[in-house]
Design a protein around this ligand. Structure first.
Ligand SMILES: [Zn+2]
Ligand SMILES: [Zn+2]
Length: 364
């Protein structure tokens, strides 16, 4: 049997091993959320995604070179607010020019990507991902700690306080894929998330024409100059205050339950609804990947919880709901990470203590 010193020494060694060599931050560790990964849907998945998917052929194209078809990528950047057509030109050219490089710098900055000015794989993945049709232009004020944005002029709804906004579904522009009660329940949940943080109530209106927010599913060109493009690509768009138009692409495989819906191109209706309500209220796109107001959403991903960035952005427009506290939001944001960290800490300490006690017990 070892002398007592030997046991203490061994216990100390175990303690040292577990805490130093096996160490991981125990509390407040921020794990990379699943939503950060961008699923690339290949052209084989669905032919309708081919438009943007073709941009993957521009991977590693370099500034100064002639790249056949890159004018289409310039059109994409033009559409989402990163590139303007020179006044002297009729069309974009196939030259990877300085303007395209500048557009890339801006795009990467606004989407929270490594700012390289190059068509690297991370950037290509972001470009081909399905996204919101609202432009990322102009309204960004990137601050050291704030990444949310507004529309030009910072418009908001003006209805007194506390405010009630009504919403309704276009009776002629619904989808067969999901029943009306299911869609209504999705929107009720989506609106209530925003109502929890700002002094605004949302009520379903009896009459569509009288509603502040008019929701509908539309296909292709639907008369507002922003045609939808079929499966994936653009998922939806909404107008700034106090317009209230809220349009979803009827061609998407809208889903409320990925367990039942096995389609690889299924899109979570609640996530897109929550995002578009942010626009209806006056928020632009955020560069925080976890934020509801980030412009893209991969198929089969659910992202419905407002982050601190979303909440700070919308509260700067409407003030805070008196019943809301940031501590509850911080708690819920960190709870899963905290629980993981705690579990890991608990198991390490339990192991150390158990071994220590076992050794002392054997000594006795
Ligand atoms: Zn958007
Ligand atoms: Zn529209």
């Amino acid at each position: 049997m070892l002398p007592l010193f030997g046991y203490l020494h061994l216990t100390f060694f175990l303690f040292y091993y577990v805490t130093v060599f096996n160490s991981r931050p125990c509390v407040g560790a921020r794990m990379v959320p699943e939503s950060e990964s961008v699923t690339v849907i290949t052209a084989e998945t669905h032919n309708a995604t081919a438009t943007w998917q073709e941009f993957s052929k521009f991977l590693h194209a370099e500034r100064g070179s002639q790249v056949s078809g890159i004018w289409e990528l310039k059109e994409y950047f033009h559409r989402f607010g990163y590139l303007t057509l020179p006044e002297t030109a009729q069309n974009f050219t196939d030259t990877f020019d300085k303007q395209l490089e500048s557009a890339l710098f801006l795009y990467q900055k606004r989407l929270g990507l490594p700012v390289t000015g190059k068509l690297d794989s991370e950037t290509i993945h972001a470009i081909v991902a399905p996204r919101c049709g609202v432009s990322d232009a102009a309204h960004h004020r990137i601050h050291a700690t704030r990444h949310y944005a507004y529309f030009d002029g910072k418009p908001r709804w003006l209805r007194g306080s506390p405010m009630t906004l009504t919403y309704a579904f276009s009776p002629n522009n619904m989808i067969d894929r999901l029943s009306v009660p299911v869609i209504r329940a999705v929107f009720q949940r989506a609106f209530s998330r925003w109502a929890t943080v700002i002094p605004v109530n949302f009520q379903e209106a009896e009459w569509y024409d009288a509603a502040d927010i008019k929701i509908g599913f539309y296909s292709g060109d639907h008369g507002d100059g922003e045609p939808f493009d079929g499966v994936l690509g653009v998922l939806g768009h909404a107008f700034s205050p106090q317009n209230g138009r809220f349009h979803l692409d009827a061609a998407e495989s809208w889903s409320v339950d990925f367990e039942r819906d096995k389609s690889r191109v299924a899109v979570d209706l609640e996530s897109v609804a929550t995002h578009e309500i942010g626009h209806v209220l006056g928020l632009g796109h955020s560069s925080v990947k976890e934020a509801v107001m980030y412009p893209s959403l991969s198929p089969r991903k659910k992202k419905v919880d407002l982050t601190i960035d979303d909440v700070e952005g919308v509260q700067a427009l409407y003030g805070s709901n008196p019943n809301f506290s940031f501590s509850s939001l911080l708690q819920s944001e960190n709870s899963s990470n905290f629980a993981e960290g705690l579990k890991s800490c608990f198991s390490k300490w339990t192991l150390t203590l158990a071994l220590g006690f076992l050794l002392l017990f054997l000594r006795l």
